[in-house]
Write a protein that binds this ligand. Structure first.
Ligand code: ASP
Length: 479
């Protein structure tokens, strides 16, 4: 038999998680974590040690006085039951404490630029994001990151059980027409040419239906050069899916099942089952908007999620001349309201193909709304080349322009593409709502600031003259 190894603060393999210390009463343990608080009484020093599983009070006799809060330490200590009157009912480990035998500082913390033991909302946002690695240490943020991981896991499980296949699609691609400006990336091999970052995997996921995948999903990063708002950044993550051989009803039913399963698995409470289905024009009449909030005050207090479907949107709208992306797409003065790859409802197909009664054409789009936010949107797609061509004709594209823009899709629609449809669910928004937050930034580890700068690392920034030269790019001096 091997002799028992003596516990040492630097042996990571001997570590006990703070949440498990209750199982070790009367024994020596090795704990590693951060000094959350320190109370120094000279001869005796108390610290609360924190790791990902919790915090615990540690007592040092004539030691630990030097420790600074938020330093990383490792210690060996004895787990002791506290006398009845000393039990702290507010923390799970409150019935025990650690009598420290020895310790080592693994990383000493200077005075921190922001506090991490509050909920953080009192701190200026730019400062929080500049020091996001500290900001994420606060309990509220750690809980939200865990929730995000949990709901992603539950969706993935549910999708796999429904026989969806996870497929990744390219990040360097061509304009994807989601109605926003593209972010572009210059090509070094072909100076003067550019890739676009995907606004969504829309076209690739449809091509996967041509490829016979039948049921696709992806946790897709989507990048859109939007005007920044509290509930929107340049990047977002969507649970993107597409299915073949489905009609609108089947698709909505499948998605509703996935949402219910994932949301309840993480403890979310939903108002109505099944989700109500509201027509766009009724929503506008009744609520004045298509992202309505069905909650009562009581629902709000209980963080209930009020999901509803919105259907029967107009396919086209007049171009908003102040929106560059709409102006580029809507050459005729008409542009799509949601998605140019959708098919109109069957009763509008004839008008659509003929380019008649444009304002009255209704698309197969369905949006999922929750608590006043759009949390998902999708449609049954045009899988017949004539229908897709007609959409672009209505928007004023010439035959040549249609070929240049979506010729690859038209080709795919002539070699055996099944009827299909899909949806994208906004993961960031799901997390925000489940966590009871009101800003998307609270649901993302490293979000952008409201002025479009990256967390911690300061982008966008200039690049070297030599890099520009390689790319064949010259920057015009500012006027
Ligand atoms: N591509 C759409 C979007 O990102 C979603 C979809 O229609 O599936 O909004």
């Amino acid at each position: 038999m091997q002799p028992m190894q003596k516990l040492s603060p630097t042996l990571y393999s001997q570590r006990t998680a703070i949440g498990d210390t209750l199982n070790n009463v009367g024994q020596e343990v090795v704990l590693q974590g951060w000094v959350a608080t320190k109370r120094d009484h000279g001869k005796i020093t108390f610290i609360d040690l924190r790791d990902r599983t919790g915090t615990i009070q540690c007592v040092g006799f004539k030691m630990m006085g030097e420790l600074t809060t938020e330093s990383v330490v490792s210690l060996v200590g004895l787990v002791k039951e506290r006398p009845e009157r000393m039990v702290n009912k507010d923390v799970p480990t409150g019935s025990v404490e650690i009598e420290v035998i020895s310790y080592e500082v693994l990383n000493k913390a200077k005075e921190l630029p922001i506090q991490v033991d509050t909920d953080g909302k009192e701190i200026n946002e730019e400062v929080r994001l500049r020091y996001r690695y500290l900001d994420l240490r606060r309990e509220r943020m750690r809980n939200t990151m865990k929730l995000r991981s949990d709901i992603a896991y539950e969706f993935r499980q549910a999708l796999r059980d429904e026989k969806f296949t996870e497929v990744e699609t390219p990040m360097l691609t061509k304009s994807t027409k989601e109605g926003s400006r593209d972010f572009v990336v210059p090509s070094r091999f072909q100076p003067g040419k550019f890739y676009a970052l995907p606004q969504s995997p829309q076209q690739y996921k449809q091509l996967l239906m041509t490829a016979g995948i039948e049921r696709y999903f992806q946790f897709a990063r989507c990048i859109r050069d939007e005007d920044l708002r509290a509930d929107r950044g340049f990047e977002h993550t969507q649970i993107d899916l597409e299915m073949s051989f489905v009609d609108q009803e089947m698709l909505m039913k499948t998605v509703e099942g996935l949402v219910k399963r994932a949301v309840s698995a993480v403890g979310g409470k939903m108002k109505q089952d099944p989700f109500p289905v509201v027509e766009y024009k009724d929503a506008m009449e009744k609520y004045g908007e298509d992202r309505f909030d069905l909650r009562t005050e009581e629902d709000k207090a209980n963080n209930v999620l009020a999901f509803a479907w919105v259907v029967k949107f107009p396919f086209f709208k007049h171009v908003d001349k102040s929106d560059a992306a709409e102006v580029a797409d809507g050459k005729s003065g008409w542009t799509f309201t949601h998605n140019p790859f959708s098919t109109p409802l069957p009763e509008h197909l004839e008008d659509h193909l003929a380019g008649k009664n444009i304002a009255d054409i209704v698309t197969s789009q369905y949006d999922l709304v929750c608590n006043g936010y759009e949390v998902g949107g999708g449609s049954i797609r045009a899988h017949n080349p004539e229908v897709l061509k007609a959409t672009f004709k209505i928007m004023g594209y010439t035959d040549e322009e249609i070929q240049a823009s979506v010729g690859h899709m038209l080709e795919a629609f002539e070699v055996g593409t099944p009827p299909h449809g899909g949806i994208a669910l906004g993961l960031d928004r799901f997390v925000m709502l489940l966590a009871g937050e009101t800003s998307l930034k609270e649901a993302i580890a490293f979000p952008m600031t409201s002025s479009g700068r990256t967390s911690v690392m300061d982008a966008p920034n200039e690049i070297d003259e030599s890099q520009l030269k390689e790319l064949g790019i010259a920057i015009k001096p500012k006027k």
